[in-house]
Design a protein around this ligand. Sequence first.
Ligand SMILES: Cc1cc2nc3c(=O)[nH]c(=O)nc-3n(C[C@H](O)[C@H](O)[C@H](O)COP(=O)(O)O)c2cc1C
Length: 345
Amino acid sequence: MVDASELAFRDLCRKYGAQLAYTPMLHSASFVRDAKYRAEHFTTHALDRPLVAQFCANEPATFVNAAKLVQNRVDAVDLNLGCPQGIARRGCYGAFLMDHLQLVRALVSAAAAELAVPVWVKIRVFDDVKATVEYARMLEEAGASLIAVHGRTREQKGRQCPPADWDKIRAVVKAVNVPVIANGNVRTKADANRAMQYTGAEGVMSAYALLDYPAVFGGVKLSRMQLAYEYINLAERRNTPLRMVRLHLFKLFRSRLDANMDLNEAVAKCRCFEDFRQVADTLSKRCDFEGVSFEQRIERGEKLDNVVSAKRIERLKRKQLLESNQAVDAQSGPLGTSVAVNTPT
Ligand SMILES: Cc1cc2nc3c(=O)[nH]c(=O)nc-3n(C[C@H](O)[C@H](O)[C@H](O)COP(=O)(O)O)c2cc1C
């Protein structure tokens, strides 16, 4: 994800269950030409594996040269054939290469012939299932070792677009001999299992759901606030550009920022990692997550599993104990207030 699947975010997603990660899309021409661009946009470390470097390209030699600069630090190189944005139309890359299939073939076959790592592709589907299947077969024939299929057409973009078409993904799975990754409509771990079962794909890819909750694949319930603190620490360690940190915190805090517009502005104005931590501190003191007050969550017996919560649980228990003792005193009879809480171990 452009500006969003950077190293720190990959670290976080891997910690909570993601088994494979892609870099943000890298412009192959800039990557070859510009050392500063490379240093900012491609960072990794020994544990950041398996890793796929994704490029956009429309010129075989440039694609190959860019890929050669990273091939000893990644497990595969991916060609972006799915970007539907205006910038991709103007630059003639991503999903706009669907109008130039001979060029796509040339890009994939040059890379497959010259690189030491497998060449993967990420595609969108055509309106027509037959055209989609032929496209996938052509990519396999050209040398693609894996096909990630976003089950939407080039025109279907933005949050309001229709659901991804898993039937088309299933048709691709049936038609090719290389592994397929299904993309689209995967919001939860249960969705991931359903997508793999329905389409027969080897795996699933998720974008929006991970931005919203990076532990989607972990099968654990964590608060977004805990994830935000963890992410800020990782981002600082990895010297992550602040615009990327901001993007992630806007996503993680989203449900809370609507009611705290001043903090929305504060995130926009953060100039260092400490600033981000301060906004997180203010937000966690001021309100509770997921639209339910802290006290209501305790009364429900919900598991509240971060340090801030543990301290507040203790305070609330003390307060309620005090109140119940006062009530006992006042009525001179037995009265108990029980609070069902799961404190962290
Ligand atoms: C912020 C953002 C950045 C993205 N950047 C890329 C990208 O660099 N390369 C790519 O192939 N797809 C990119 N995508 C598209 C996603 O990979 C994915 O195909 C799409 O969002 C549908 O999957 P989802 O329903 O899980 O979000 C991006 C999506 C988002 C939300």
